[in-house]
Ligand binder design. Structure first.
Ligand code: G6Q
Length: 540
C-alpha cells in the first residue's frame, strides 16, 4: 500500500481542502446560472463539453457547469491523487484495505503479455489458462460435443448465483441477445424464493440442462440452497448420482467447497479473491455469457473493457470519460445536495443495466465510514435507479421533470438497431433527444400560457451517452466506464469501494432467526416486532 500523504487525510480534512472550498465558493456563483443561457452565450459549448473514443461518445454539455466548474473539479481529483490510486489499482496493490486484497478485475481483460503481480506472482498465466479452459468448454457445449448424461446435447443453461454472481452475467446475456446461440436458452435463478427455481425447472428438461453454479465463496446461503434443489431434481429424474458430472459446473474460488458439493474440480472454473463479486463478470463468472455468445465474442467483450481501461489510464483528467462522469456526480452530490441519480437506457437490450449498475454503484460507494475508520461528514454514493426509455417516460419521469428533487440523469442510446421495424428506431431516438432537451430547457410561465401546472423549471442536468451499436465490445466499454466512474468517486470520498460489510449483518441475523424458528434458540434475541411477525409466519 502506498504511504502517500493523501491517504492520511481524515474525512473532515476533505471538506477543509482548498480545492473543496473553491468548489463551494464556485457553487454559490452558479446559483441562478441557467444552462439555456450558457448555450446561448457559447455556440461551441457542445463541442467543448463532449468527448468520444471509437464507438462511444459522451455529451456532458447539459450540466450546471462551466469550464471553470470542470477546472475546479479536476483540481479536486488531482489533489485526491486519483491518478496515483488508479495506477496502484491497475498494478495490483492491495487497495481494498479492509479486506487486505488487490482489486484486479482490470487484469482479467488486460493484454495477454501484461505482467501484473500480486504477492510476487504474475497473475496473467492463471488468467490465460482459465480463459482457455472456458473457451474449450463453451465451444464443446455449443457444438454439442459436451453432452448430458444420456448423450443428449445441452439445450438450456441455468445459472444459479446471486448478487455479483447473477447481475453481471444476466445483464450481459440480455444485452447481447443478438449474438446468442439459437440452440441454447439461458436462465438465471438467484432468489431463494422457491418460485424462482420452480418456474425455471418447469421450462427445462433434465437430460438437456446444464446447471452453472456461480459463487465466489461457494457458501452463499441462497445459491447453495438453490443448487441443492437443482441437484436433487436432476438426480431424481436421471436416476443416477453420476449424472451430476455432466450437468453441473462451478465458477468459484473455493475448490474445497465445490468438491464437497459433488462437482469435480475438472468442472470448476476458478478465479481469485482479488476479483470482487460485482466486478466479476470478466472472470469465470462470465462463463454463462461465453456459453451464450461464444468465446470469440466474450473475448471482444473483454477487449472493449480493455479499451476503456486504456482510455482511463492514459487520457488527461480533463478528457477522461470516467473521471468527468465521476466529477459531475461529486458536483451534484456534494455541492448541490442531490441524492439520486437515474440511468436511462434507450435500448431494450439494456433493460437489466440499471439493476446491474445499482449494485456496482450503491454497493461500492454506499459507505459512511472512510478508509481511516472515520465517519464521513459529507455525502457519498447516490441512490441509483433507472428503467429503459421510453417506458420510464410514462412512469417516473414526471418527478424528474417537475418534482421537487433534481435528479441528474444518464441517457444512453445506440445509433444502430438490430431490429429496424418501421420507424421505431427513429421514434426511440427522437425521445432520447427530446427528454434531455426538455429537462434542460424547461418551459417558462409565459411559454406555458400562464398556467403554472405546465411550467417546467428546467435547468435539470443530464449526460447523453451514444454507442454506435450495442455489441460485445461496446458493452465491455460501457460497463468499464461505470466501474471506473465509481472508483474515482470512491477515491475522492476516501472510502473503500471494494468491501460490502453492509451485506453481512442481514446474513447473520437470518441465521439467528432460523435457529429460533427451529427451536434451537429462544426468542430472547429478537425484538418485539420480529418475534411477533415470526409467530404469525409460524402460524402460532
Ligand atoms: C458483490 C457482493 C455480493 C456477492 C454475492 C454472491 O460484490 O459481494 O453481491 O456477489 O453475495 O456471493 P458469492 O459469489 O460468493 O456467492
Amino acid at each position: 500500500m502506498s504511504n502517500s500523504p493523501k491517504m492520511l487525510l481524515s474525512s473532515t480534512a476533505l471538506i477543509q481542502t482548498p480545492e473543496w472550498k473553491a468548489l463551494s465558493a464556485h457553487r454559490a456563483e452558479m446559483d441562478g446560472v441557467s444552462m439555456r443561457d450558457l448555450f446561448t452565450r457559447d455556440s461551441h459549448r457542445f463541442g467543448k463539453m463532449s468527448v468520444g473514443i471509437p464507438g462511444l461518445f459522451v455529451d456532458y454539455s447539459k450540466h450546471r457547469a462551466t469550464e471553470e466548474t470542470l477546472r475546479l473539479l479536476t483540481n479536486l481529483a488531482r489533489s485526491r491523487d486519483v491518478e496515483g490510486w488508479r495506477d496502484r489499482m491497475f498494478s495490483g496493490e492491495k487497495i481494498n484495505t479492509t479486506e487486505g486484497r488487490a482489486v484486479l478485475h482490470t487484469a482479467l481483460r488486460a493484454p495477454k503479455e501484461a505482467n501484473i503481480r500480486v504477492d510476487g506472482e504474475n497473475v496473467m498465466p492463471f488468467i490465460r489458462e482459465t480463459l482457455e479452459k472456458i473457451r474449450v468448454f463453451t465451444e464443446s457445449v455449443r457444438v454439442g460435443e459436451w453432452t448430458g448424461f444420456t448423450g443428449a446435447p445441452i439445450r438450456d443453461v441455468v445459472n444459479i448465483g446471486i448478487g455479483g454472481s447473477d447481475l453481471g452475467p444476466y445483464m450481459a446475456c440480455e444485452a447481447l441477445k443478438p449474438f446468442a446461440a439459437p440452440n441454447l436458452t439461458m436462465h438465471f435463478v438467484s432468489n431463494v424464493d422457491g418460485t424462482h427455481m420452480a418456474e425455471v425447472l418447469k421450462k427445462v428438461h433434465p437430460k438437456t440442462t446444464l446447471f452453472v453454479v456461480a459463487s465466489k465463496t461457494f457458501t452463499t446461503q441462497e445459491t447453495m440452497a438453490n443448487a441443492s434443489i437443482a441437484k436433487a431434481w436432476l438426480v431424481d429424474a436421471l436416476k443416477n448420482p453420476a449424472c451430476v458430472a455432466r450437468h453441473f459446473v462451478a465458477l468459484s474460488t473455493n475448490a474445497k467447497a465445490v468438491t464437497e458439493f459433488g462437482i469435480d474440480e475438472a468442472n470448476m472454473f476458478p478465479f481469485r479473491e482479488w476479483v470482487g463479486g460485482r466486478y466479476s463478470v470478466w472472470s469465470a463468472i462470465g462463463l454463462s455469457v461465453a456459453l451464450s455468445i461464444g468465446f470469440d465474442n466474450f473475448q471482444k467483450f473483454l477487449d472493449g473493457a480493455q479499451a476503456m481501461d486504456a482510455h482511463f489510464r492514459t487520457a488527461p483528467l480533463e478528457q477522461n470519460i470516467p473521471v468527468i462522469l465521476a466529477l459531475l456526480g461529486v458536483w451534484y452530490r456534494n455541492f448541490w445536495g442531490m441524492e439520486s441519480y437515474a440511468v436511462l437506457p434507450y435500448e431494450q437490450y439494456l433493460h437489466r443495466f440499471p439493476a446491474y449498475l445499482q449494485q456496482c454503484d450503491m454497493e461500492s460507494n454506499g459507505k459512511s465510514v472512510d478508509r481511516d475508520g472515520v465517519r464521513v461528514d459529507y455525502a457519498t454514493g447516490p441512490i441509483l435507479f433507472g428503467e429503459p426509455g421510453t417506458n420510464g417516460q410514462h412512469a417516473f419521469y414526471q418527478l424528474i421533470h417537475q418534482g421537487t428533487s433534481v435528479i441528474p440523469c444518464d441517457f444512453i442510446a445506440c445509433r444502430e438497431t438490430y431490429n429496424p421495424l418501421g420507424d421505431l428506431h427513429k421514434l426511440l431516438l427522437a425521445n432520447f433527444l427530446a427528454q434531455p432537451q426538455a429537462l434542460m430547457q424547461g418551459r417558462t410561465l409565459a411559454e406555458a400560457g400562464g398556467n403554472p401546472q405546465k411550467v417546467f423549471e428546467g435547468n435539470r442536468p443530464s449526460t447523453s451517452i451514444l454507442l454506435d451499436r450495442l455489441d460485445p465490445f461496446s458493452l465491455g466499454m460501457l460497463i468499464a466506464l461505470y466501474e471506473h466512474k465509481v472508483f474515482v468517486q470512491g477515491i475522492i470520498w476516501n472510502i473503500n469501494s471494494y468491501d460490502q460489510w453492509g451485506v453481512e449483518l442481514g446474513k447473520v441475523l437470518a441465521g439467528n432467526i432460523l435457529d429460533v424458528w427451529d427451536g434451537k434458540k429462544d426468542t430472547s434475541s429478537l425484538d418485539g416486532s420480529t418475534a411477533g411477525l415470526l409467530a404469525r409466519l409460524r402460524g402460532a
